[in-house]
Design a binder for this molecule. Structure first.
Ligand code: NOJ
Ligand code: CA
Length: 688
């Protein structure tokens, strides 16, 4: 009753201040999502979001604190309101599905402040069936040219103490385990930063996005941003008592957060809304809020499965540098991987540690100029490796570890990419381990957002795809630059090889699809079969069953998907057939079931063949599912191979036990799956 009164009250303020704009609101095409704009006390701009006529985000104010010209969040009047509707179907060149519906209703509220500066600000709101997006636009204006944003003051007023899945608002790295707590219990602790590669504790009680929540009414919400361009990444400051989140942009060497000139637009602030957890994964809101493809010829952009000289360094079998006497990237070893790829339906080989400088990689202050991206170690014949790969029709993925010496990389981009071009290499994995140089910049600040974009645009000129580690989070830029194929930006598989905290727990990947993956593709590097790492890392292990590792090729979406284990660990494993067979580019994807932090089952239909693949994973609890196969094409018989946990499988006690079952199945069948503790199941459905 109190709440209803509040709405009427606020609306009445709106009536008195601007009678011609009494009800400024916009609804989604299906009418279920509604955004209302209002001016509240002190004529502050604000918005509310309704879902099925119930408030899902309560009155939340908007604005900025600007250097020199002061607060820019109050004393506004409405100058104009316009509305429009939009609907299109666009094609993803690669992705979770071929066609995407982009359908929304929009309002633009033009505001002007009543100070003598008469500064202008527009607010654009879009209502989609799967959520909302809004952004600020500061038009060109004579009294506001150079804009120094000290703080963005965007609020998200939650309506309850929602269950939340979050990582701390680290400004340098997203490689944290997700915590599951109520909003009132979100407490960021300095200890959470200790096991991170960036190691800068940010003294705010803030979370990184996407942050996902479930209301007590069972509605799922995820807060993030789209089209992060020439701006700082947004973290969300948590007020535990008020259940209020407010934007806290990533900082820079001075006190400011963003420096821009008018006209400019901020990234979209997004809220995905769904009645099911799986609906969040199926939502295409983030890519829809990005601009269409800007690259002309994209025939060189191809999804690929790959292996690499990689895991062997993480488990200490070999090293990146030569000094250790066990250098991994030798010509001979590279050829061994190329042979393995050629024999196993794998498209590409990643080779790390091929260039000089690794003796000076981690923990050094003076990292500028260490890596040059063109000089191979003496035991690595770059041209011979590429020649051999060509002969065997295997692509090479180039590796550029920048050690976060950003200027060094920027000055060498053209040289490095020209070399790739001459070699016929069209994929580069980049890395940014360590604190950013110049000092005081952060991986997620405006300076680095612009750097990552510069890399992407330069790479596109040389027809190079980018897979970035220690990246800025994805915000749907892949739509505009489809050479942004994949990235890390989470606690990946590598933590299982060397982290001191026991690695990623069994529940980790039952949270990731509903959080980090909502932002975009993930280079997680699945497929570890030697789960206990006995030979090289007996004190570390992967905390899943082998069948769970297989399921990840479907559950975790990426157009670059690694078979991460050592080739020798795949030998003698019939289960490796699933990795050979599984698709890499999809016509369609559906989430069959899922609860965040518990389990998820996803099916994807391969482009061209029409074959389907299923991946199902669970946390530390075993589960049984009956899967309705009605997603299969009717009246088609599919040869199905089911890779599943054995009856006695267990992520810790017996992780490598699995069974393979062959069956013929149709769309009218159901499939019973039993997942062990920390287990999973993977199924290929191949048309007869
Ligand atoms: C960290 C990356 O995540 C990992 O994949 C890579 O092997 C190392 N850095 C070295 O660049
Ligand atoms: Ca990493």
């Amino acid at each position: 009753m109190k709440k209803i009164f509040l709405i009427i009250f606020l609306a009445s303020i709106n009536f008195t201040c601007c009678s011609s704009y009494s009800d400024i609101s916009v609804s989604s095409p299906d009418g279920r999502v509604n955004i209302r704009f209002l001016l509240v006390e002190n004529n502050k701009p604000a918005y509310m979001v309704f879902y099925d006529n119930k408030i899902i985000v309560d009155t939340s104010t908007l604005g900025f604190d600007l250097k020199n010209t002061g607060p820019f969040d109050r004393d506004f009047r409405i100058v104009n309101v316009s509305e429009c509707s939009f609907s299109e179907v666009w094609r993803m060149p690669w992705g979770e599905q071929s066609e995407v519906l982009n359908n929304y209703n929009e309002i633009i509220v033009e505001l002007q402040d009543e100070t003598k500066l008469e500064r202008k600000m527009n607010l654009v709101f879009r209502a989609f069936d799967d959520g909302i997006g809004f952004r600020y636009e500061l038009p060109e204006q004579s009294n506001l040219k150079e804009v120094i944003i000290m703080d963005e003051l965007t609020q998200f007023q939650l309506t309850g103490d929602h269950k939340s899945w979050w990582i701390p608002g680290d400004w340098d790295i997203y490689e944290h385990l997700y915590r599951t707590t109520r909003v009132s219990e979100i407490k960021v602790d300095p200890v959470m930063f200790e096991n991170s590669l960036a190691q800068t504790y940010i003294p705010y009680n803030a979370v990184n996005t996407p942050v996902t929540m479930k209301t007590d009414d069972g509605i799922y919400l995820s807060f993030h941003e789209a089209n992060l361009t020439n701006y700082s990444g947004m973290t969300l400051l948590i007020d535990n008592d008020k259940k209020l989140m407010q934007s806290e942009l990533v900082g820079s060497p001075d006190e400011s957060k963003v420096k821009v000139t008018t006209p400019f637009k901020t990234p979209w602030r997004t809220i995905q809304i769904s009645e099911t957890a799986g609906g969040l994964i199926e939502s295409k809101l983030i890519v829809n809020l990005n601009e269409p493809n800007k690259l002309e010829d994209i025939s060189w952009i191809k999804p690929m499965k790959y292996v690499g000289i990689w895991w062997e360094m993480h488990v200490d079998k070999s090293s990146w540098d030569m000094k250790s006497g066990k250098h991994g990237a030798t010509t001979e070893n590279a050829k061994r991987y190329i042979d393995f790829a050629a024999e196993n339906n794998i498209d590409a080989v990643l080779i790390e540690g091929w260039n000089t400088g690794w003796e000076h990689w981690i923990g050094f202050e003076d990292r500028e100029g260490v890596f040059d991206f063109v000089t191979p170690y003496s035991d690595y014949d770059l041209w011979e490796v590429v020649r051999y790969a060509n002969e065997r029709e295997i692509e090479i993925i180039m590796h550029h570890e920048t050690s976060a010496a950003v200027q060094t990389y920027e000055t060498q981009l053209d040289t490095a990419y020209s070399l790739c071009k001459r070699l016929g290499i069209n994929a580069v994995k980049t890395g940014y381990v360590g604190k950013i140089i110049p000092k005081g910049e952060y991986h997620h600040g405006q300076y680095m957002v612009n750097h990552y974009r510069k890399v992407l645009e330069s790479a596109a000129k040389y027809q190079i795809m980018i897979n970035s580690h220690e990246p800025i989070k994805p915000t749907g830029i892949r739509r505009t630059f489809p050479n942004m194929v994949s990235r890390e930006g989470l606690r990946g598989q590598e933590f299982n090889a060397w982290s001191q905290d026991g690695g990623n727990p069994p529940e980790h990947l039952t949270i990731v699809p509903f959080t980090r993956m909502l932002a975009g593709p993930i280079d997680f590097t699945p497929g570890i079969f030697d789960i206990k790492l006995e030979k090289y890392k007996p004190n570390n292990q992967v905390n899943t069953t082998l069948a769970h590792q297989l399921a990840l090729y479907v559950v975790i979406y990426s157009p670059l998907q690694m078979a991460a284990d050592l080739p020798e660990n795949y030998e003698g494993h019939p289960a490796f057939q699933f990795i050979r067979d599984v698709g890499i580019d999809w016509e369609d994807s559906k989430v069959i079931n899922g609860e965040i932090g518990d389990y998820v089952t996803i099916v994807r239909k391969e482009k061209e063949t029409g074959n389907w693949f299923l991946g199902s994973i669970t946390d530390e609890n075993s589960r049984e599912f009956t899967i309705d196969l009605s997603f299969l094409e009717p009246e088609v018989v599919y040869y199905s191979v089911i890779y599943k946990d054995a009856p006695d499988s267990h992520w810790d006690n017996n992780p490598t036990a699995y069974e393979i079952e062959n069956r013929e199945l149709t769309s009218s069948d159901t499939l019973n799956l039993i997942l062990a503790e920390g287990g999973g199941a993977a199924v290929s459905f191949v048309k007869k």
